[in-house]
Design a protein around this ligand. Structure first.
Ligand SMILES: Cc1cc2nc3c(=O)[nH]c(=O)nc-3n(C[C@H](O)[C@H](O)[C@H](O)COP(=O)(O)OP(=O)(O)OC[C@H]3O[C@@H](n4cnc5c(N)ncnc54)[C@H](O)[C@@H]3O)c2cc1C
Ligand code: SF4
Length: 331
């Protein structure tokens, strides 16, 4: 049993003050990931700062015609919000593809962004893991790595980011709002999560003394041509082996704008704007989708058990784009 103290923050300023004062403290929101990690002895905070009652639980209009999701809005409340369903159905579908209704009722926007990898060695404190304990080595590279990354990996860690919601937020080019001791700042979604590099213990560019206050969705939500495709071992309650968030703008059968983000393949939601531009001005055909898929996965590297993901990823991209072009939603 690791002893810890528990306090509840009344407002954002006191939450920031408390985390700044104690480097070993952790925020707790829905608790669906942090408590599991504490039970497994992976996270050992000396103090929990409960932020679940902060006034960050609303969805409001944001500048430029977009929407702001408060960091404490529950995942279910985002997914079933009428404006989200109408304007950002990609986000709604991605959230509903994740976890279970009970978990989504507890999980928050901020907690979803900050959830940690599901690498089995990370959860097993008896095995070496550079993410859990830097410079001990990575058990997955030569171990059981079926669910692991194929893009942007390093010799230090091949873990994936497990979120579905974040894959949609990457495609929508959301912006993360954070507050720290020196004030507020905004982080573009593409820069929020990090690749593992030689510091796999650091998942994001959020500083240790900062809190996420919200996520801004730009006005463009791609409600007409979108798809969130999640390939997994079971139809529900399983993390993605590969997922694809596809969002298109079309004029007839010609693509005038494209966004693609992949989940389950990298340490962060994977975007490649260079591959996306291959679709601009092109007709929505299987051949054109295949070219983008080949380009997106051109540098993919398998580690044995997960090598199947390279071909699976390409097929998922083609299917996700076809769904977005001709029949939206999730499959
Ligand atoms: C069995 C199971 C299956 C799951 N399946 C899926 C799935 O298929 N797809 C999927 O996407 N997710 C899945 N999840 C993960 C789930 O979505 C996350 O556990 C959840 O989103 C975390 O949110 P939370 O509010 O409970 O976070 P918490 O557990 O409270 O916190 C998680 C981390 O975020 C930090 N944090 C929380 N809020 C903030 C904030 N505002 N600012 C800064 N730091 C913060 C905490 O300090 C902690 O480190 C699953 C979880 C479980 C247990
Ligand atoms: S892949 Fe990353 S999280 Fe998994 S064992 Fe290796 S270092 Fe740890």
């Amino acid at each position: 049993m690791n002893r810890f103290t528990y306090t509840r923050a009344d407002d954002v300023a006191s939450a920031v003050r408390e985390i700044t004062a104690d480097g070993s403290a952790k925020f707790i929101a829905g608790g669906t990931n942090l408590i599991d990690l504490m039970k497994e002895n992976v996270e050992r905070p000396h103090r929990l700062i409960d932020i679940s009652r902060l006034a960050l639980n609303e969805i409001n209009s944001a500048g430029g015609g977009g929407l702001r999701l408060g960091a404490l809005v529950r995942n279910s409340d985002v997914a079933y919000n009428k404006e989200i369903e109408r304007r950002y159905p990609l986000l709604s579908k991605a959230i509903l593809a994740g976890a279970s209704p009970q978990l989504r009722n507890m999980a928050t926007v901020g907690g979803n962004l900050m959830q940690r990898t599901r690498c089995c060695y990370f959860y097993d404190a008896a095995t070496p893991c550079n993410k859990r304990e830097p410079e001990t080595s990575c058990s997955a590279i030569t171990g059981f790595n079926r669910s692991h990354a194929i893009l942007g990996t390093s010799e230090h860690c091949i873990a994936t980011h497990p979120s579905d919601m974040c894959v949609a937020l990457a495609a929508l080019e959301a912006v993360v709002r954070v507050t720290g001791p020196s004030g507020d700042r905004a982080i573009n979604f593409a820069e929020f999560h990090r690749l593992s590099g030689d510091t796999p213990n650091i998942d994001t560019n959020l500083r240790a003394d900062e809190i996420i206050t919200g996520v801004d969705l730009p006005a463009k939500g791609f409600p007409e041509h979108y798809s969130y495709l999640k390939i997994r071992d079971r139809a529900s309650y399983a993390f993605a082996l590969v997922s694809v968030a596809a969002a298109l703008e079309m004029d007839g059968d010609t693509i005038t704008g494209a966004r693609l983000a992949l989940g389950g393949v990298a340490h962060k939601p994977w975007r490649d704007p260079q591959a996306e531009t291959l679709l601009n001005g092109q007709r929505a055909t299987r051949e054109n989708f295949q070219r983008v898929a080949d380009s997106l996965l051109r540098d993919a590297k398998g580690y044995g058990h997960n090598s199947f993901k390279i071909e699976l990823g390409k097929r998922a991209v083609v299917r996700g784009l076809s769904k977005a072009a001709f029949g939206g939603g999730q499959s």
